[in-house]
Unconditional design. Structure first.
Length: 303
């Protein structure tokens, strides 16, 4: 990090939230987010810059190795909880007794109350995904479609002014990405109010950390909006749906499979969203559009 510069926070929470009584015991082991290196630029000058401090975290469930996640380490305990929830390896956060992270050995030890039934069978099918920093999901995502229930279009909506408000909040953030690049950010909103924000080396880690925060604090997704800097692939759409969030906004675009899945689930997806620009890909029925006038055309006068 540059001398005298304050390190940004990669995990922010707005108001005070109290964990559920049944929430697991969690260590608090956030690591330094940035590392200084010396580079040589196009002018032949040496200078110091900051880069994200990516590190491996191997997850053990009841002393059995499950997966290694590449992470920034902003909130590793919530990342692990959210990963287990989004992979459907635990039915509820109360199934987990504790999550203990030890960076000296790069490991997260998860202790459950009753074990995970058929863990070997349930994790035998691995799908390599587009997820940077993770890259694997267990099982068949398409089989989960019938288990997801989202609120109807009248119960969960978004107006264009609210969307603009969200984008302005994100534009003003002093983030790791602004200082060092090479990370993705995700945020959970209620209207234009940001409830929590996470950055990590991969968008999947960021959404899993938010899922973990929601699970630990008993926060439902029906009246929430999800924001991500990453592209809307099938696995990102499914994770948002599993969190119960029906409206997703991305600074990036959407894939065909992500579009198909959102359409089947009745979700509303916005992409290419920055400043006052956006594209609504699916779920028009949830969107209260307030169309803006086209800019006046420029007429060229022959000289």
């Amino acid at each position: 990090m540059l001398p005298g510069a304050a390190e940004p926070s990669a995990f922010d929470v707005g108001p005070a939230w109290v964990p559920l009584p049944e929430a697991p015991r969690l260590t608090r082991t956030a690591e330094a987010l940035l590392r200084e290196i010396t580079i040589l630029d196009e002018h032949g000058e040496r200078r110091t810059i900051s880069i994200p401090a990516e590190r491996p975290l191997t997850v053990f469930v009841d002393k059995r190795e499950l997966v290694t996640l590449m992470t920034l380490g902003a909130s590793p305990e919530l990342l692990v909880v959210g990963y287990l929830c989004n992979q459907r390896l635990v039915n509820a956060v109360g199934d987990i007794e504790s999550v203990t992270v030890d960076w000296d050995v790069g490991a997260a030890a998860v202790k459950t109350y009753a074990g995970i039934q058929d863990l070997e069978r349930r994790t035998s099918r691995r799908v390599v995904t587009t997820g940077c920093g993770q890259g694997t999901v267990f099982g068949d995502m398409m089989e989960l479609l019938d288990t997801v229930r989202l609120p109807d279009a009248q119960a969960a909506r978004i107006g264009q002014s609210t969307l603009h408000g969200m984008l302005e909040v994100m534009r003003q953030r002093n983030s790791v990405h602004r200082k060092a690049g090479s990370v993705h950010g995700c945020a959970l909103f209620r209207g234009a109010e940001m409830l929590t924000f996470v950055e990590d080396v991969g968008r999947h880690n960021a959404i899993d950390t938010i899922a973990g925060w929601m699970a630990v604090h008993g926060v439902g997704g029906a009246d929430k909006l999800f924001y991500t800097t990453g592209r809307l692939t099938s696995e990102m759409v499914m994770k948002a749906a599993q969190m119960g969030v029906p409206i997703v906004v991305s600074r990036n675009g959407v894939t065909a499979m992500g579009h198909e899945m959102a359409s089947r689930l009745g979700m509303t997806l916005f992409g290419r969203a920055a400043n006052r620009h956006f594209l609504c890909y699916t779920g028009f029925e949830r969107f209260d559009s307030e169309p803006e006038p086209h800019p006046p055309s420029v007429r060229l006068v022959a000289g």
